[in-house]
Write a protein that binds this ligand. Structure first.
Ligand SMILES: [Zn+2]
Length: 113
């Protein structure tokens, strides 16, 4: 995990430290309340600090391809739930209900309700 070093420096997983002006970091955090904000390091090997909702959420490292981390959280391998076979009304029950309704109708009509 990338580290935030108070008040305005950030350390990447690779050990690289990016320093910014305190004002810059404060502005970036303020801007990041509604959207993601990217703050690029001025160093030759450019690190980009990503802010979101008022705090640093990620450091994009030029030494680490970003695709490696995101694949882990894919829910692909999650076992799927067994599909219930008792879904819907079985024919047997359906006929029963029909019979009951039929019976009710007949008796209700006969008894004058
Ligand atoms: Zn790095």
């Amino acid at each position: 995990m990338p580290k935030e070093i108070f008040p305005s420096s950030f350390e990447c997983d690779c050990g690289h430290q990016s320093d910014f002006f305190e004002n810059t970091v404060r502005d970036m955090k303020a801007m990041s309340q509604k959207k993601k904000v990217y703050l690029a390091d001025a160093a030759p090997e450019e690190h980009t600090i990503v802010f979101y909702r008022g705090k640093m959420v990620e450091i994009q490292c030029p030494k680490q391809p970003p695709s490696r981390e995101t694949k882990k959280s894919s829910p692909k391998s999650r076992p799927s739930k067994k599909r219930s076979t008792t879904r819907g009304i079985p024919d047997e029950v359906k006929t029963d209900i029909e019979a009951i309704v039929q019976h009710f109708n007949t008796t209700a009509i006969r008894s004058g309700h």
